[in-house]
Design a protein around this ligand. Structure first.
Ligand code: FEO
Length: 171
């Protein structure tokens, strides 16, 4: 059985992951609007990944006998000035999510909830990857600057990303 404090924090985090998905969907729409189809495809994978993250939390709450409580999802930002600005926003957002995951781990440890701590470790590793991939794209876009052919090559590269479902969460 989940302690009240942990249940509230996990439910809040379902909302945070759903927001992440919505935020990246807004970015996909931005890329669609400027015809960068590869960047849009990369964002679609990101949207799917965030939904999968939310569902991992959703399933975990249910498995632990807690009640999932869904809240309203905040309106995301919808306009950016450049592809670089978008990916800088991704990097910043992922840093924020890493902080949320770390806070959850701290709470699980303080509450001696080892099962929740164990569940969260997958996300600790995932956040390292999330931040690294966003940082790499930011660095490349900075190198490209205003080189249109470089941007088109980058767009084609990002368009190759595919969504793969990871193995089920540890229990
Ligand atoms: Fe679910 Fe990108 O963190």
């Amino acid at each position: 059985m989940l302690k009240k404090k942990i249940l509230k924090a996990l439910n809040d985090h379902i909302n945070a992951e759903m927001y992440s998905s919505y935020f990246y969907l807004a970015m996909e729409a931005y890329f669609q609007s400027i015809s960068l189809k590869g960047c849009a495809a990369w964002m679609r994978v990101q949207v799917q990944e965030e939904l999968m993250h939310a569902m991992r939390f959703y399933d975990f709450v249910n498995e632990r006998g807690g009640k999932v409580t869904l809240d309203a999802i905040a309106k995301p930002e919808t306009a950016w000035t450049s592809p670089l600005a978008v990916f800088e926003a991704v990097l910043k957002h992922e840093g924020h999510v890493t902080g949320l995951i770390n806070d959850l781990v701290d709470l699980a440890i303080n509450e001696k909830d080892h099962a929740t701590n164990n569940f969260l470790q997958w996300f600790v590793s995932e956040q390292v990857e999330e931040e690294a991939s966003a940082a790499e794209i930011v660095e490349k876009l900075k190198l490209i600057k205003n080189d249109t052919s470089g941007l088109f090559m980058m767009d084609a590269e990002l368009g190759k990303r595919v969504f793969t479902m990871p193995p089920p969460a540890a229990k």
